[in-house]
Design a protein around this ligand. Sequence first.
Ligand SMILES: Cc1cc2nc3c(=O)[nH]c(=O)nc-3n(C[C@H](O)[C@H](O)[C@H](O)COP(=O)(O)OP(=O)(O)OC[C@H]3O[C@@H](n4cnc5c(N)ncnc54)[C@H](O)[C@@H]3O)c2cc1C
Length: 395
Amino acid sequence: MTGIAETLRGIVGAGGVLDGTEDCTGYQSDLTGTPGGAVACVVRPRTVAEVSAVLAACSMAVDVAVIPRGGCSGLAGGATPAIGRSNVVLSTERMRAVRSIDPLGNVMVVEAGCTLHDAQAAAAAAGRLLGLDHGGLSSTIGGNLATNAGGNNVLRYGMAREQVLGLEVVLADGRIVSQLSPLRKNNAGYDLKQIFLGSEGTLGVVTAAALRLRPAPRIRVTACVSLPSIDAVLTLFSRTQAAFGESVTAFEAMSRASLELHFAHAGARRQPFSAAAPWAVLIEADSASRHFDLNGAMEALVAEAMEAGLVADGTIAASESQRRALWALREGIPNAMIETPGALKSDTPCRSMRLPHSMPRRAAPLPRSCRDAYRRRSAISATAISISTCCRRRA
Ligand SMILES: Cc1cc2nc3c(=O)[nH]c(=O)nc-3n(C[C@H](O)[C@H](O)[C@H](O)COP(=O)(O)OP(=O)(O)OC[C@H]3O[C@@H](n4cnc5c(N)ncnc54)[C@H](O)[C@@H]3O)c2cc1C
């Protein structure tokens, strides 16, 4: 394997390849910490031409597995080196540029290693919004597209796939497929990019993407309410859509069990309500127009839901810091799931109407195969409504 490291140094320069044991240690697993196979070397190209030459060289080498890697925030093992193979980890950490932003055309072109956080900040600086947001802000655009990430705004903006106007990808043999069209109105032949989105790096390495932007929101309202049952959550969801139409960006239901896990993990009990209820829902709506009365709509929604017995208690954020505190409840849950030994984390989409039948039963034993696969962690959530709940593995 010294051979492949030397070959790759010839392409990306000495500083672009890591092959010492210590240098490679941080590249041996994803965020779960589950160790993968040995890393022969880590290659860190800077340009699409270098990615192309690296993949061409690796495809000519014998039995080399190439593992594309972004921010390493994945929890499904996709960025974990294969066991029993000679692994070359291809990290996009030196491909972070925002190539261009066009506020009039509502599009930005970013390199794969640009973090979601940096892409959001660049869009915001141009008065625009990138409709992709999830708790793993150190993740990269390349990783988000490779996993077709969802997140907090799926309800309004859709999955990562729906933010993509164009893609630049390098195939395993080094060929570059460049479809970076920034146009929304584009009916030119096959839409090849779709097969790479969500393919977890199995079909090629994403090197850049043209992402759709929207006007940045100018007004926003956020509320958190407590509810007695999952049926009440569904009825409230229906009422929320009727009240806000497409302005709803998030409807995040949190079970008592998942909040308790978060409180235990954070070592604090910042209860949003005076009395503990089986469910809490975080609702957020926003608009690029300052002429809509979103606050009034939220006040009416919550008051009418209380009158109907759907909602027991509720609070509407009066400031950005109160809003952040409400979101901290939601965002603390996946972190607690990831970091608490024995908590099971998976991400399971199901139809809204099936939700009452799809809630995990706390005491249900897992099949042995699952216990082995998810030794420590795995996520449970459901979209279009996003539900956070949790169960614990039996000892
Ligand atoms: C706190 C937290 C909350 C999260 N919440 C959500 C959520 O609500 N909804 C959701 O859908 N996801 C969620 N995720 C998962 C998140 O979407 C993924 O972790 C993220 O998209 C992966 O990006 P990454 O850059 O870290 O990729 P990595 O973890 O490095 O890699 C993930 C996969 O993508 C491949 N890959 C990476 N870069 C490229 C590339 N340039 N070209 C081709 N393949 C590549 C890797 O080989 C691997 O298979 C969450 C993660 C965290 C940590």
